[in-house]
Design a binder for this molecule. Structure first.
Ligand code: UD1
Ligand code: CA
Length: 457
């Protein structure tokens, strides 16, 4: 096989985005667009990837790190000029070079493989990935001659009214014979409506030299979408979402309303799990089998076991093991581990805590910086007072303890095995095994006093 190279064009400002964030870093389904492009070329056995950066270069480099080489295009003088910026790295290489824009997140590996195959099979020196759209406004059009051979690409702004009627357009992705590409780029001028050096001009230059130039027309218009503004960004997210959800459904996940459910690309979900409407699953979240992820739950970078039921809750960077149930309206904050059969009920917030098997935290409670053993019952309205204004302190509760409703547990504290705290207690000292901690003032009943109050007379 010939050597293969890839150039990712990512130096443009993306002014149509009207954003301080660099265009190719805008996320689609939770991943920056340029990362999607990286996924697309992942299986093409590319020997070297060069990303052309300019405006916002450092941010793009931070994102991609050492997976790519970089070429700096200091002034954005057009896509042809951008490719030329890679000549120091690629100029003298022999092989096939794939050029792809950083703003086409929906293209698939399969399509790019087909493009490369078509290029190799036809022994072309340049192959355009084209698509057909009912409304190709904004795209460069593929102009073919009487024999249906590709003649050139005309940009929207340079096209004649007749050319604008052409529905086949340039997706901005191409395969080139590397040596001929750089040779032709040196001949590209900027005498056009935008005063830019257009990469598509390489096509007509090669054709005029008598080289074979072809287009591989892909079926899916949606896949070819280039994201230039926020309207396209939202559309791309919608398409990507539909694709992700469909794949999950084919793998055995039930969606009550897939069009109203947002799942990021790297999320993994097991079979027979049900996803209700309004759910958002983000980042590196992994969900097991036979779970119910209830309406409007929002889960980020968390691991959920099997048979877990989550009802309208928010979970971040936490682990929830099998048969536990959460919510409605629970807030599980980073670094929480709930082991098997844990019950967390409504309006409970848990942060940086480990809760062992079978423990129940049923209602209106804050648990922070704590270790809870097995089969503990934490009563309604309990507060772990973990913060003294400067530092966080830890509470440990041992197996089978019973925390009475409305307990304030002032950390640092250890509540021993099988012990209890009385409802309404402010616990400031350790409670030992089998003991009852009670810390509330004794009740006094003033006889007949209620009746004596002036407003009750
Ligand atoms: C380009 C094509 C058009 C095609 C469309 C597909 C040209 C002249 N036109 O138009 O035929 O239909 O893509 O989406 O190529 N970039 C640089 N440096 C520059 C200019 C652009 O790196 O100086 C990068 C951008 O970051 C972007 C890509 O090249 O990732 C395409 O540039 P963009 O301005 O989006 O081109 P389009 O107008 O969409
Ligand atoms: Ca574009």
């Amino acid at each position: 096989m010939e050597n293969r190279y890839a150039i990712i064009l990512a130096a443009g400002k993306g002014s149509r985005m009207k954003s301080s964030l660099y265009k190719v870093l805008h996320p689609v389904a939770g991943k920056p667009m340029v990362e999607h492009v990286f996924d697309q070329i992942d299986h093409l056995n590319v020997d070297e990837v060069v990303t052309v950066v300019g405006f916002g270069a450092e941010k793009v480099k931070e994102q991609l790190g050492e997976r790519s080489n970089y070429a700096l295009q200091t002034e954005q003088l057009g896509t042809g000029h951008a490719v030329l910026a890679t000549s120091e790295v690629l100029g003298d290489k022999v092989g096939t070079t794939l050029v792809i824009c950083g703003d086409t997140p929906l293209l698939t590996q399969e399509t790019l493989e087909e493009l490369v195959k078509h290029h190799e099979k036809t022994e072309a020196k340049a192959t355009i990935l084209s698509a057909v759209a009912s409304d190709p406004t904004g795209y460069g059009r593929i102009i073919r001659d009487q024999n249906d051979h590709v003649e050139k690409i005309v940009e929207q702004k340079d096209a004649t009214p007749e050319e604008l009627l052409v529905t086949e357009f340039n997706t901005g992705t191409y395969c080139f014979d590397n040596a001929l590409l750089f040779e032709a780029l040196n001949k590209v001028g900027n005498d056009n409506a935008q005063g830019e050096y257009y990469l598509p001009d390489v096509i007509s230059i090669l054709r005029d030299q008598g080289e074979i130039v072809t287009a591989y027309t892909m079926d899916s218009e949606e896949e070819s979408m280039g994201v230039n503004d926020r309207v396209a960004l939202a559309k791309a997210t919608q398409y990507m979402s539909a694709r992700i959800n469909e794949e999950l459904m084919r793998n055995g996940v039930t969606f009550v309303d897939p069009s109203n459910t947002y799942i990021e690309k790297d999320v993994i979900i097991g079979a027979d799990t049900v996803i209700e409407p309004g759910v958002m699953l983000r980042g590196k979240t992994v969900i097991g089998e036979n779970c119910i992820i209830g309406a409007n739950s929002d889960i980020t970078d968390s691991t959920i076991g099997d048979h877990v039921v989550i009802t309208s809750s928010n979970i971040k960077q936490s682990t929830i093991l099998d048969y536990s149930d959460i919510g409605p309206y629970a807030h599980i904050r980073p670094n929480t581990i709930l082991k098997e059969h844990v019950h967390v009920g409504n309006f409970v917030e848990i942060k940086n805590a480990t809760v062992d098997k079978g423990t129940k935290v049923g209602h209106l409670t804050y648990v922070g910086d704590a270790t809870l053993g097995q089969d503990i019952n934490v009563g309604c309205g309990t507060v772990f007072a973990n913060y003294d204004g400067k530092r966080k302190h830890h509470v440990t509760i041992e197996d089978h303890a019973f925390i009475g409703s409305g307990s304030i547990l002032v950390a640092p504290l250890t509540i021993g095995k099988n012990s209890m705290t009385a409802a309404g207690s402010t616990i400031t000292q350790d409670v030992f095994e089998d003991d009852l901690g009670i810390a509330r003032s004794k009740q006094t009943n003033l006889v007949g006093y209620a009746k004596k109050l002036p407003y009750n007379e």
